[in-house]
Design a protein around this ligand. Structure first.
Ligand SMILES: [Zn+2]
Ligand SMILES: [Zn+2]
Length: 245
């Protein structure tokens, strides 16, 4: 009986020891697991701290990006404002350019009209110049004809005066021989050249109708003193004609 109890107790003790050993082994495994968990916790804490640092850095970067974004938005607004102002200026410049183009086209049209008008006026001026030349020539011819008529009138007047004198002298009868001789000498003198008083009159100057001898007229032509000895009217070789008394 005692032996059986002792054996039971021994078996129970052995079971307990075995259970105790098993528990010890379990405890050791648990401690190892706890150590691993603690190590992992430390590792995760370090990672968490690192992640926190990263999050802070990202928060700061995000803040900086937001500030930069705000600045860029302001800059974009300013650029848009500037763009609107430039668009308004561009439309103004285009409007002014259109006005300037219209003004330039109007000026070009006026210039063309003025050039056309200038051509017409030049043509009219040429016509008027031609008329003026013709009128000047006609005036010169008329002046020359008038001068010739005046000379003719003076010559006719001289002839008339001379004829009147001769008529009045011929109407007075000579009283004696001396008077007759004088009258004869006067008539003879009328036939002599008034320049040399020697040769008889033989040639007339057609421009003034004064009469001289051929030698006196030839002498004047040769010495280029081509003026009438009586009235100083200029004459040429073609103005001399022979007369027959
Ligand atoms: Zn003479
Ligand atoms: Zn003369």
């Amino acid at each position: 009986m005692m032996e059986r109890e002792l054996q039971t107790i021994c078996e129970s003790f052995a079971k307990l020891e075995e259970q105790s050993t098993s528990k010890v082994w379990d405890l050791s495994a648990k401690e190892q697991a706890i150590a691993r968990v603690v190590a992992e916790k430390c590792k995760y804490e370090e990672k968490f701290i690192g992640l926190n640092k990263d999050r802070e850095a990202m928060r700061l970067a995000n803040q900086a990006l937001r500030a930069q974004n705000v600045k860029q938005l302001d800059h974009i607004k300013a650029i848009e404002e500037h763009d609107r102002a430039l668009s308004q200026q561009l439309s103004l410049v285009r409007s002014e350019a259109e006005q300037a183009t219209a003004a330039w086209q109007a000026a070009a049209a006026k210039l063309q009209d003025a050039q056309q008008r200038t051509v017409e006026l030049e043509e009219q001026a040429r016509v008027l110049e031609d008329r003026a030349v013709i009128a000047t020539q006609a005036l010169a011819e008329r002046t020359e004809a008038l001068a010739a008529a005046e000379h003719e009138r003076r010559r006719t007047q001289e002839c008339l005066d001379l004829a009147n004198r001769r008529v009045s002298e011929s109407e007075r009868p000579p009283t004696d021989q001396t008077g007759l001789a004088k009258l004869c000498a006067d008539y003879k003198a009328l036939l002599k050249c008034p320049t040399c008083q020697t040769n008889f009159k033989s040639h007339v100057l057609l421009r003034c109708m004064h009469v001289f001898c051929k030698q006196c007229i030839d002498s004047r032509i040769e010495t280029r003193q081509r003026k009438c000895p009586s009235c100083s009217e200029p004459f040429g070789a073609k103005d001399v004609r022979q007369i027959y008394l």
